[in-house]
Design a protein around this ligand. Structure first.
Ligand code: SF4
Length: 110
């Protein structure tokens, strides 16, 4: 994704804080399939290991045990970056919950 002439990675400090915000990272069925393929597993194993069911029908990624960190956040990097859900791709440019971390450089630009 681009921001003007630059890539987001030209600005992002890779603090990982947006992947630690309390809340849900929802995953569509097609996104779940893409991530499962990326992880070389089947969709059932993927959902059992990495997802939780919200309101009996929506799929969301699990958090790390006892934390708000996304299960795929490791050393401030996303382990499934290439196939991360659109909710992650679009944050904070197309939507935000108003909880952008204090030190995030994008706070001023959105
Ligand atoms: S899937 Fe990746 S980008 Fe999305 S919250 Fe998890 S670690 Fe962050």
């Amino acid at each position: 994704m681009k921001l003007g002439e630059k890539e987001i990675s030209d600005y992002c400090r890779m603090c990982g804080e947006c992947c630690r915000i309390k809340g849900f990272v929802f995953v569509s069925e097609s996104e779940a399939q893409k991530i499962a393929d990326f992880l070389k597993t089947d969709i059932y194993s993927f959902t059992e290991k990495y997802c939780r069911i919200i309101e009996r029908k929506k799929l969301a990624l699990k958090d790390k045990e006892g934390k708000d960190d996304c299960i795929f956040l490791e050393d401030n990097e996303c382990l499934i970056y290439e196939v991360r859900p659109s909710q992650c791709v679009n944050f904070p440019f197309n939507w935000t919950n108003g909880e952008l971390p204090e030190k995030c450089i994008f706070r001023e630009s959105i």
